[in-house]
Design a protein around this ligand. Structure first.
Ligand SMILES: NC(=O)c1ccc[n+]([C@@H]2O[C@H](COP(=O)([O-])OP(=O)(O)OC[C@H]3O[C@@H](n4cnc5c(N)ncnc54)[C@H](OP(=O)(O)O)[C@@H]3O)[C@@H](O)[C@H]2O)c1
Length: 334
């Protein structure tokens, strides 16, 4: 007997900011799993800025989404019908088959998660690729040392909120920026960073001067654009800038920093990275993150949007400055 599943397809490519018309919610019939296959119902899907790049028909580190096909992305779900002994019904699995309610798959590409350690959705956030991104950026790319001064832009977002906390756990002084007063309050009251500011209220460079009079050792850059330029003014000699994301230019490219030449005299290192090159480090990261989460030292803050039909609007919001979500944005599939 077939199973109905709705999925979100890309139906046209955007120029600049994507419109809701770029997407369509389509219902499909899924066949029963054949021997060696399972039927998985997604519980949570991940909503991520990098998906904007995959809407363009350009060569990049990931291939573009195809028109009139379901989009893909991180998801965590449960096996509901199994014809594969290694994945009995009830098994929780991570996959890249997001943006759909259900799917049929072989075990290839499915990763079993132990749902007893933490809530399922945290495997898309603090205990997933999101958390790993923050950890790799800080410790593998920037070689962060205890006690240093760190600035995190996009500090109230998924990666940024974990980066702030991991740096704090290593005794660092943390400055963080976000796009609204509500997010600044989250950074101050819940994450308790040393200095938080809205990059939309005053000049970011003035805030950095106030928050880090002695300069910044590590800048974890989630935004590019004006905040990268502001950070460059305040980097200490031999400082490290981790280029994690450049969301300020994802819809419409922004010019590079006008003061990049400062990197020469100050002997700065600017390093980009892609987390999927570092998945082998997941166990090392989890050895630190799981106990920290269980002991309440690491907060997995989430914004949960209900229903696949609302995923598109949530994704479009993510690409706007000062959007309303705090922490990791996930969609709960009803
Ligand atoms: N290198 C990698 O492997 C890797 C992996 C994962 C993510 N990333 C990157 O890391 C960054 C953060 O990703 P995330 O998943 O944690 O997303 P996120 O921070 O949870 O969400 C994106 C946030 O970006 C901010 N934003 C939107 N437009 C902006 C603009 N014009 N200028 C400044 N901020 C803007 C918004 O927050 P505000 O309210 O603060 O404006 C929005 O909530 C992204 O750039 C992403 O592409 C990189």
């Amino acid at each position: 007997m077939s199973t109905k599943s709705r999925e979100i397809q890309l139906v046209s490519r955007p120029k600049g900011e994507p419109a809701p018309e770029c997407f369509a919610l389509v219902e499909r019939d899924l066949p029963d799993p054949q021997p060696g296959q399972v039927l998985v119902r997604n519980r949570y899907i991940s909503v991520d800025p990098y998906m904007r790049g995959r809407m363009n028909d350009v060569k990049s580190y990931l291939p573009p989404f195809q028109l009139n096909e379901a989009m893909t992305g991180g998801a965590v779900g449960t096996v509901v019908k199994s014809a594969e002994a290694s994945l009995p019904e009830g098994t929780a699995v991570l996959s890249m088959y997001g943006w759909r309610e259900a799917y049929v798959s072989s075990p290839i590409g499915l990763q079993v998660v132990d749902g007893s350690e933490a809530p399922l959705a945290s495997y898309l956030g603090a205990l997933g690729v999101t958390g790993l991104t923050a950890w790799i950026g800080l410790f593998r790319c920037a070689s962060l040392k205890d006690g240093e001064t760190v600035f995190v832009s996009g500090g109230a977002g998924a990666v940024g909120s974990i980066a702030c906390q991991l740096a704090q756990l290593h005794g660092c002084r943390v400055l963080a920026s976000a796009g609204s007063a509500e997010k600044v309050r989250f950074l101050e009251d819940e994450l308790k960073v040393n200095y938080a500011f809205s990059y939309r209220d005053g000049e970011p460079a003035d805030h950095l001067k106030d928050g880090a009079p002695g300069g910044i050792d590590v800048y974890f850059d989630n935004t590019g654009g004006p905040q990268l330029e502001a950070a460059l003014w305040h980097m200490r000699p031999y400082g490290r800038i981790v280029l994690c994301g450049a969301i300020s230019g994802y819809n419409t490219p922004v010019p590079g920093p006008r003061n990049l030449a400062l990197a020469i005299g100050r002997r700065l290192t600017l390093r980009g990275f892609i987390v999927s090159d570092h998945l082998a480090e997941m166990p090392a990261f989890l050895a630190e993150a799981i106990p920290a989460l269980q002991q309440g030292k690491l907060l997995n803050r989430e914004t949960v949007v209900e229903g696949l039909e609302n995923a598109t609007e949530a994704f479009l919001g993510l690409l706007r400055p000062g959007d309303s979500h705090v922490g990791k944005l996930v969609v709960k599939v009803s």
